[in-house]
Design a protein around this ligand. Structure first.
Ligand code: NDP
Length: 240
């Protein structure tokens, strides 16, 4: 049986590697994206994975997309809440808009997607939810009050929902990546990035594949005794 998997932000960066890993694990994968249609189309062409556009931070759009997937493929049984953005600034320059955008996209999306899929998982008595957190949600980060709050929220969200899901064979876990070589990290100034790499015991940035391996494990059918946990994949930068 090919279980249906939805990966938000699954067409680029870490999400793209997760989509491919889940497809390789035999899942029917749908990857969502926000607006970069060129990247999504190139990804679909290369991998054969369906890409759909909706704003994961918008509740109505999310419910419509999840219902559409259910009608065409069946209920989503594996959900990877990976969509994320940064809008970095120190508190003096952080605007309410930057706060809202980051909270809605990184944390609000977890609520939207879980709310839209949870009943379907309960009915199937099977669910695997993986929420992508961050080392910066665990340790905090200068200039990232909004992002650190959203990612830290994901870790609490995960532990609470895991308690609700357990009796239905729905596991809910988080993966906390360290610094991974994607567009998001390439936006960090080179001198800052050099200092970050110097603090990673493994001596390199992570790859999207490093993160996808962890997600593949947590979404496996037989990973059913792992729930409410956070898997840190960070080259030893933060041992939590
Ligand atoms: P990228 O910027 O490379 O890709 C982000 C993906 O999310 C894109 O597919 C993008 O779509 C999608 N996306 C953004 N906003 C929305 C939205 N509102 N609705 C739906 N999809 C959206 O990010 P990364 O691969 O670097 O990061 C992936 C996740 O990992 C994020 O949650 C991030 O916070 C987290 N993370 C990343 C780290 C890193 O070092 N890179 C470290 C720790 C955590 P589109 O292509 O249309 O823009």
């Amino acid at each position: 049986m090919s279980r249906v998997a939805l990966v938000t932000g699954g067409t680029r960066g870490i999400g793209a590697a997760i989509s491919v890993a889940l497809k390789e694990a035999g899942r029917t994968v749908v990857a969502s994206y926000a607006g970069n249609t060129a990247a999504a189309e190139a990804f679909s062409k290369e991998t054969g994975i369906e890409a759909i556009k909706f704003d994961a931070g918008n509740y109505e759009e999310t419910v419509a997309a999840v219902n559409d997937i259910a009608a065409r493929h069946g209920a989503v049984e594996i959900l990877v809440n990976n969509a994320g953005i940064t809008r970095d600034a120190v508190m003096g320059k952080l605007t309410r808009e930057m706060w809202d955008a980051v909270i809605d996209t990184n944390l609000g999306s977890c609520f939207n997607l879980c709310k839209a899929t949870f009943d379907g998982m309960k009915a199937k008595k099977f669910g695997r939810v993986v929420n992508i957190g961050s080392i910066n949600g665990q340790a905090g980060q200068y200039g990232q009050v909004n992002y650190a709050a959203a990612k830290s929220g994901i870790h609490g969200f995960t532990k609470a929902l895991a308690q609700e899901g357990a009796r239905y064979n729905i596991t809910v876990n988080a993966v906390a990546p360290g610094y991974v070589d994607t567009d998001m990290v390439r936006a960090v100034p080179p001198d800052v990035l050099e200092k970050i790499i110097a603090k990673i015991p493994r001596g390199r940035l992570g790859t999207a594949h490093d993160i996808a391996r962890g997600v593949a494990f947590l979404t496996a059918d037989d990973a059913d005794f792992v729930t409410g946990s956070t898997l840190s994949i960070n080259g030893g930068q933060h041992m939590y």
